[in-house]
Design a protein around this ligand. Structure first.
Ligand code: ZN
Length: 345
């Protein structure tokens, strides 16, 4: 089968570690399924792997990709009860947990001791014609939800969903500040806010990204500077929550823009992870600082239902054939994309 994979390590240009070529089609073991990939979307995780940065050991050949939608091609021996039928449309939950540690037994799979994503060894990734996956990671997908749209959901949109609704507890009528518009999670958060009646203000240093944020439903798009928090307070009286993935460069604005008792939800720190904590502001204004990463299978099911019911469609930058994975990854490495990049085998 055709697969975009890490073939070697150490090349000066990380993209030279990539090969798009034939690998053996995997065989599903007991309790596992073979997913026929109809669409896969790219994430920065794929670029980190090409750069040799991973939480797990790197052992080429290693198929890239965490997100995919497709159909069930086959099951290994002894499939668990209640799994989707062979041939039916599914979406892959990108988080793999062992199902046996104390956290998993409490139903808190995101706190699993051995949590991993597809493409982290020993698991193969989704940028291939087929991928073997635990049957528990298959989520039935409505046939009307296109594979390309669904394939955008398991990382960026699920992360944004958990930040907004589970961690910050926002609801229709809430207000939120979304830092770093143009980023994958920030774009997803904007679209989820528009679909659910949450008032969103976006920030970006880039004027084109601010304009794009307004088109995606932000009521205001601001350049981050000393006056930004005042503008946010003027517009909202203080937001209920901040979606923070930028870190050091925007942390001060995040804390100053909240209403008393508000929450800043952190799922990344692209500009650095050690801002001044401003603990006096945190306790006096009774601010919650909440970490968040990925989302549960149950949250992915609710996200897919929301997408299906609301007509929200993920913003797709470009779709490439799998054979052109190098061009697609190179576009993401250059930061040229607006929205998700999708590969189709
Ligand atoms: Zn576990």
């Amino acid at each position: 089968m055709l697969a975009a994979h890490l073939a070697r390590t150490g090349a000066e240009d990380p993209l030279d570690n990539l090969e798009v070529g034939d690998l053996p089609t995997p065989e599903p073991r007991p309790g596992w399924a073979l997913l026929k990939v109809e669409a896969a979307s790219l994430n920065h995780h794929d670029l980190w792997l090409l750069r040799g940065v991973s939480a797990s050991p790197i052992e080429p050949p290693q198929v890239l990709g965490t997100d995919a939608a497709g159909t069930v091609a086959a099951y290994g021996p002894d499939p668990p009860a209640g799994v989707p039928e062979v041939g039916s449309p599914v979406l892959l939950h990108a988080v793999i947990s062992d199902g046996t540690c104390p956290a998993c037994r409490r139903g808190e799979e995101l706190y699993c001791r051995r949590m991993a994503l597809f493409s982290d060894k020993p698991y193969d990734g989704t940028l291939a014609e087929y991928v073997a996956v635990p049957a528990a990671n298959l989520v039935p997908r409505p046939a009307e939800l296109a594979a390309a749209d669904a394939a955008c959901l398991p990382t960026a949109y699920l992360t944004a969903y958990r930040m907004l609704f589970t961690r910050a507890g926002l609801r229709p009528g809430s207000t939120v500040l979304i830092q770093g518009a143009g980023g994958g999670v920030a774009t997803a958060a904007l679209l989820l806010c528009r679909a659910t009646g949450i008032t969103a203000i976006a920030t970006s240093r880039d004027e084109a990204k601010r304009e794009a944020a307004l088109k995606l439903g932000a009521v205001a798009a601001l350049a981050p500077d000393r006056g930004t928090a005042k503008q946010v307070l003027g517009l909202t009286g203080g937001v209920d929550a901040v979606i923070e993935t930028v870190g050091e460069a925007t942390w001060d604005i995040s804390l100053r823009s909240l209403r008393p008792g508000g929450a800043v939800v952190v799922a990344g720190a692209t500009s650095g992870g050690d801002p001044s904590a401003q603990l006096n502001r945190v306790f006096y204004r009774q601010i919650s600082v909440l970490g968040s990463t990925m989302g549960t299978r149950a949250e992915l099911e609710r996200l897919m239902a929301l997408v299906h019911a609301s007509g929200l469609r993920p913003l797709i930058d470009r779709t490439y054939p799998l054979a052109e994975a190098r061009a697609a990854l190179s576009r993401m490495a250059a930061g040229e994309q607006q929205g998700k990049i999708v590969l189709v085998p």
